[in-house]
Design a protein around this ligand. Structure first.
Ligand SMILES: Cc1cc2nc3c(=O)[nH]c(=O)nc-3n(C[C@H](O)[C@H](O)[C@H](O)COP(=O)(O)O)c2cc1C
Length: 381
């Protein structure tokens, strides 16, 4: 890593950011050298599901610039209905895993740590590219996020076991080929979230109904992953209140409902939670300033990663969240870190824009940061 020590900066806010964000933290024995996480971001640069040379250097560049923990783009587990696009990387198959092994090696050589984000899209699947073009969309009740039935079907016991097996196998592979842990994608309305959320889970068996029953499938999956890897191999779980194309729906309306979902997952073996929000500074429930990551840490006692519009300039944040939305500076983020509201901070688009983002922030060079431009999502620079 090129940046290990915060450099002196004339700007006190920048010096404070460099000092606080440079503190190491551990997740189940894994030492993350600082508090900056690269958020998982689908890039679609992996033809045939194989991450190649360009994907390797894209991640390694960010590790070399000081990102403490990289969460890769979502990568499909080995189940026929897990995904739909042939240019999104897969986490199964010889060539695909060989490509991923090289990504992990390059990130380590650059001084970073890295976990793959393991993904099954469930009822979000519309059509499929080969080699799984004919597989059906599957989900807890065969219901899409918009409430329609579409062409998918409700998962049978055999399907549940197959998906659990696919996640466990992917986690085993991650450990074998040199990753530092795994992140399970339980957010944004994809398969695991479809079980957690009442809008898509209408099952009347043991896997549907009250929040704790809706958590049962995911808890079994976490337990299987935990069992499949070494006890000291970190398992991170990402979840969100919001869903794709529907930012207003929620998994939990109260801290009690949230606890009913998260406690069984922590119990099943989640080592850290990644609470996906679009704006980190928004309080999650009435009567407290805590954001979703803050509540997650408080309710589970596990390390928590926050995310949402960190490092984006005001104009873009306004464009993203709506005209007139309040924009929060970095001081608020640092105050929350200092209070141990959460432990790590994931950064998405700002890191797409500027591979050197972490190096600049960790050395207090705020004036060198580049403003965000959405064109950054179209290249692998
Ligand atoms: C291009 C792009 C692709 C994304 N892909 C994923 C993904 O594969 N998995 C996931 O959990 N979140 C995904 N996200 C959400 C990000 O991880 C992150 O939560 C979001 O961008 C908010 O963080 P930011 O404001 O720092 O960008 C994606 C976001 C973007 C911009």
């Amino acid at each position: 890593m090129t940046v290990t020590e915060p450099a002196a900066s004339a700007d006190p806010a920048a010096s404070r950011a460099a000092e606080i964000l440079s503190r190491p933290v551990t997740i189940n024995g894994l030492t993350v050298p600082n508090r900056i996480v690269m958020a998982p971001m689908t890039r679609r640069f992996s033809p045939g599901g194989v991450p190649g040379e360009d994907v390797r250097s894209y991640y390694a560049r960010r590790a070399a610039a000081g990102v403490g923990l990289i969460v890769t783009e979502g990568t499909y587990v080995g189940h026929e209905s897990a995904g739909q696009s042939d240019d999104i990387p897969r986490f199964h198959g010889e060539d695909q895993l060989a490509g991923w092994a090289r990504v992990a090696a390059d990130v380590h050589a650059a001084g970073g740590t890295i976990v793959p984000q393991l993904w099954h899209i469930g009822m979000a699947r519309k059509q499929g590219d080969p080699p799984f073009a004919d597989a059906p969309a599957v989900g807890p009740s065969g219901i899409r996020l918009d409430g329609t039935e579409g062409t998918g079907r409700a998962m049978t016991r055999t399907d549940l076991d197959a998906v659990i097996g696919a996640f466990a196998e992917a986690a085993t592979a991650a450990e074998r080929i040199g990753f530092d842990g795994v992140e399970l994608h339980g957010a944004h309305g994809y398969l695991l979230d479809q079980f957690l959320w009442a809008g898509t889970n209408r099952r009347t068996d043991a896997y549907g109904g009250a929040p704790v029953a809706r958590t049962k499938f995911v808890a079994e999956l976490v337990a299987a992953v935990r069992e499949a890897v070494s006890p000291g191999f970190p398992v991170i779980f990402r979840y969100s209140q919001w869903k794709l194309e529907n930012y207003d729906v929620r998994l939990a309306e109260t801290p009690q409902e949230l606890e009913a979902i998260l406690a069984p997952l922590a119990e099943a073996g989640v080592d850290a939670f990644h609470a996906s929000t679009r704006r980190y500074w928004v309080p999650e429930f009435d009567g407290s300033d805590l954001n979703l990551a803050g509540w997650t840490r408080k309710l589970t006692g596990r390390p928590a990663i926050t995310v949402g519009s960190v490092g984006l300039d005001g104009d873009f944040v306004r464009a993203f969240v709506g005209e007139g939305a309040p924009v929060q500076g970095i001081d608020d983020l640092l105050d929350r870190l200092e209070r141990d509201e959460f432990d790590l901070v994931a950064v998405g688009r700002a890191l797409l824009q500027d591979p050197q983002w972490a190096a600049k922030v960790l050395s207090g060079r705020f004036t060198d940061l580049r403003p965000y431009d959405a064109a950054a999502t179209r290249t692998l620079s």
